[in-house]
Design a protein around this ligand. Structure first.
Ligand SMILES: Cc1ncc(COP(=O)(O)O)c(C=O)c1O
Length: 405
């Protein structure tokens, strides 16, 4: 009998963070090697704990969590989400504008499925968090990448965004603070994107899952707080700021002018109803997290664990000849650049794999983040500082002689 192939619409769907490089690392682990994992933003894997008040509240309420909830989520969680985003300046929202999902990931898929016809275009940053591109491709849409400029602290190139808009463009994605670059956008940049969306009648999808992971006193600006005349989806959740990624609780807030979009919003309602509801025990984590847990600030402040790890990575990477790296001002990642001529790197997957095999350290190649050249990798800031230091010593050692074959 014939082999069963994956559907054609899967041909361009990739998620490198959990792809073949991770498979290779897991194989080495099974052989007994200790692998330093600088590849994934999983707080739970690096001894970060959930605030006990969140855990206890979920346990107290587990008896109420045995049934399905409304498809959009339990009222107390949506009320807490509304209050949180109102404090950030988003006006004119009701709890009916809020949908809770099994993480932001699920909702990214929903908003694309309800929106895109084959060939419709969505502007996505390059580099990106690759779920955005994958979700557009899965809907047979066209992910059009706008460039973020390393020389300008990885800010989005507004001219490039505007140049790439066509009659098929439906939306612009913003990831701020950014995964994978660690950049944090100024008010002017966000305003610039809002203005472009307004001029061209585009939806904004604003991924703000790292909104409170800021190291240098930056302020996080939400486009939805700057405009209520365009449709804006603001995504956030408990995975990063509250170090609760295994809980799987994320949400989106829909704000702005909905007058042109009733059909689209009906589609979102249908899709969220089809998956019945998100995990109900996890929804009970939202209210205590948003109302009580500010523990992220101790981690990002001077002397805090995340801030120290950010500083160690920054210094040690920039000490390696042939490597340069912008300092992360937010999020949990850096995206260092490698001198491809010096190391003769033609293929970044091979580079990452060679390093893994030689030194037992796993990074993710930059092309996995829809970056067009083989000259970057992503490194997570989460591992404890001794592990990060050891990994950086190994990288320096490896690069001292590496020339890609
Ligand atoms: C920018 C960005 N958006 C969304 C997600 C997914 O978040 P969630 O755990 O809520 O599905 C991640 C996870 O790493 C992320 O980095």
């Amino acid at each position: 009998m014939e082999q069963v192939k994956q559907a054609v619409r899967m041909n361009n769907v990739h998620y490198a963070i959990r792809g073949p490089l991770l498979d290779a690392a897991q194989k080495l682990e099974k052989e007994g090697r200790k692998i330093y994992k600088l590849n994934i933003g999983n707080t739970g894997a690096f001894d970060f704990e959930i605030d006990p008040r969140i855990r206890e509240y979920v346990i107290q309420n587990i008896g109420k969590a045995g049934g399905y909830s409304d498809s959009s989520g339990i009222v107390e969680a949506r009320t807490a989400i509304k209050a949180y985003h109102e404090k950030k300046g988003i006006r004119n929202i009701s709890i009916d504008d809020i949908y809770i999902g099994n993480g932001v990931s699920e909702l990214i898929a929903v908003v694309m499925q309800a929106l895109l016809n084959p060939g419709d275009e969505v502007l996505i940053p390059s580099p990106d968090y690759p779920l955005w591109t994958a979700s557009v491709n899965l809907c047979e849409g066209n992910a059009v990448h706008y460039m973020c400029d390393e020389e300008s602290d990885w800010n989005p190139d507004l001219k490039d965004i505007e140049k790439k808009i066509t009659a098929r463009t439906k939306a612009i994605v913003i990831i701020n603070p950014n995964n994978p670059t660690g950049s944090v956008y100024s008010k002017e940049i966000i305003q610039g994107i809002v203005d472009i969306a307004r001029r061209h009648g585009l939806i904004i999808f604003s991924d703000e899952i790292y909104d409170r992971i800021l190291y240098d006193g930056d302020i996080h600006y939400s486009p939805a707080a700057m405009a209520d005349d365009i449709l804006i989806f603001t995504f956030n959740g408990l995975s990063k700021v509250h170090r609760a990624c295994g809980i799987r609780a994320g949400w989106m807030v829909i704000s702005g002018d909905k007058s042109r979009y009733s059909g689209y919003l009906d589609g979102i309602k249908t899709l969220t109803s089809m998956r019945l509801c998100s995990n109900v025990p996890a929804q009970y984590a939202i209210k205590p997290a948003l109302e009580k847990d500010d523990s992220i600030f101790a981690l990002t402040a001077e002397g805090g664990r995340l801030r120290e790890q950010r500083d160690i990575i920054h210094q040690m990477l920039n000490d390696i000849p042939g490597v340069s790296c912008k300092k992360a001002r937010g999020s949990l990642y850096v995206f260092p650049k490698f001198d491809v001529e010096r190391f003769n790197i033609k293929n970044d997957n091979k580079f990452v794999l060679d390093f893994l095999n030689a030194k037992n350290v796993l990074m993710v190649s930059g092309t996995g983040f829809n970056w067009p050249a083989p000259d970057h990798c992503r490194i997570v800031l989460l591992p404890p500082k001794d592990d990060l230091k050891e990994a950086m010593v190994r990288l320096k050692d490896f690069l001292a002689t590496y020339r890609q074959a």
